[in-house]
Design a protein around this ligand. Structure first.
Ligand SMILES: [Zn+2]
Length: 64
């Protein structure tokens, strides 16, 4: 059920987890530069984006 929930979730209700620095950037993904991690409060999915929290405004693109 959790997968189904994530599939249809728009991830509109997210909370900040941490910024990603240094080696952790490469450990998180080899193909993207992710600078911060977020969690959807509704479905629990972890989301990343390329901006540090300081610069977080309203990301259009979420990568899973
Ligand atoms: Zn969600």
């Amino acid at each position: 059920m959790k997968i189904i929930k994530q599939l249809f979730c728009k991830h509109n209700n997210i909370e900040f987890i941490r910024n990603i620095y240094g080696d952790k950037i490469n450990q998180t993904s080899t193909s993207h530069i992710y600078r911060s991690a977020w969690r959807c409060k509704y479905c629990g999915k972890i989301l990343y984006n390329g901006y540090l929290n300081n610069y977080y405004v309203n990301p259009k693109y979420w990568d899973s």
